[in-house]
Design a protein. Structure first.
Length: 348
């Protein structure tokens, strides 16, 4: 395994991060336990969860992923070997079941959400605590371009209040470091600016989508990662599994995520399908597994801190983790860029 430093912290994380959002929905507790055992034995010490999980979000499975991790931690005396991350849900109609819809990032809700996660996780602290998505209306969750928001600054929790609330939990020892998710370059820089101005905790990472069908992170946030040492935690590196090629030609494999939950269609538009077909054919020409090629590309990016992989079976997990050992040739990388020029940001 290869490792990175989490921002300006002293925390070392595996370049492959174990995603967990299927646990409690597509995966049973026993299957999740097997994944955790295997991943840690392979050197994957970085695990990412969220209070929202499992996915798709609903009241019946709210917090189930954290509970499963907590049961594993209670059974295994290996907490010190793991860099454990979780996330606090932001506002939205689809999370009305969380705290009765009270999902603002204010001084009252931050400790309430954190303490509930710690209880489910059966631990005294998380190594990384992230804001799952911004309070404000901006371009995330499948929106590429920015549109002027309907909400006013007075409707939102001040960012300074959020940062103060998080910093207080760091001081209390319940959080080691803080991060953002589904955030923009402006939002990231604003949090960094406030941290410097107010002497508060600096964010160490941004967890955003990044894959061969969506490289929009490169436009603004890649420079932020370099200049400010706030690296990318890349989620959906396989574009909901699409880059494995399994959904081409309208195929819907039994048990696959999009087969089960058709609303996850972000990467199924015509341009995205054409790009996916080109990447799969490229991999096949060079004798590569399409999924491993896509993951290896993400692994190789200089702004990457960790690549968050997810699997619903052990074969997928083994292959995904093994992508860390695949180095793409200059020829393959050049052909990837050629496809990217033809299909630039086919999916947001």
């Amino acid at each position: 395994m290869k490792y990175s430093t989490l921002g300006q912290s002293n925390i070392k994380v595996s370049r492959i991060c174990l995603g967990t959002m299927t646990w409690g929905e597509q995966n049973t507790q026993a299957e999740a336990f097997e994944q955790m055992d295997y991943a840690l034995d392979q050197g994957v010490n970085f695990w990412d969860a969220a209070e929202l999980y499992s996915v798709p979000p609903k009241a019946e499975t709210y917090g189930s992923t954290e509970k499963i991790i907590g049961e594993w931690l209670a059974k295994n005396a290996r907490r010190s070997e793991i860099v454990l991350a979780s996330k606090m849900a932001g506002p939205g109609e689809f999370v009305e079941h969380i705290r009765g819809g009270q999902t603002r990032f204010n001084a009252h809700m931050v400790p309430q959400a954190l303490d509930a996660s710690l209880q489910r996780l059966q631990t005294d602290y998380v190594d990384l605590y992230q804001l799952h998505w911004p309070e404000r209306s901006t371009n995330f969750f499948g929106q590429l371009g920015f549109e002027y928001p309907s909400n006013k600054p007075s409707d939102l929790t001040p960012m300074a209040e959020t940062l103060q609330a998080l910093s207080k939990q760091v001081e209390a020892g319940k959080i080691c470091s803080i991060g953002l998710s589904n955030e923009t370059a402006w939002g990231t820089m604003k949090f960094l600016q406030l941290a410097e101005q107010l002497g508060l905790e600096k964010i160490v990472s941004v967890q955003n989508p990044y894959n061969l069908l969506n490289r929009s992170y490169e436009v603004g946030l890649a420079e932020v990662a370099y200049q400010e040492q706030v690296g990318l935690l890349a989620y959906s590196p396989l574009a909901f599994g699409c880059l494995a090629g399994k959904y081409l030609n309208n195929a819907r494999p039994e048990g696959a995520r999009i087969s089960l939950f058709p609303r996850f269609d972000r990467y199924l538009n015509d341009q995205a399908q054409a790009a996916t077909k080109a990447y799969v054919e490229l991999a096949q020409r060079h004798g590569l597994d399409p999924a491993q090629m896509a993951l290896s590309y993400v692994n190789s990016r200089p702004f990457l801190t960790a690549n968050i992989i997810g699997a619903t079976n052990m074969a997928q997990l083994r292959d995904n983790i093994a992508s860390i050992d695949l180095d793409l040739s200059a020829e393959v990388l050049a052909e990837i860029e050629a496809i990217h020029q033809r299909y630039t940001y086919p999916s947001p």
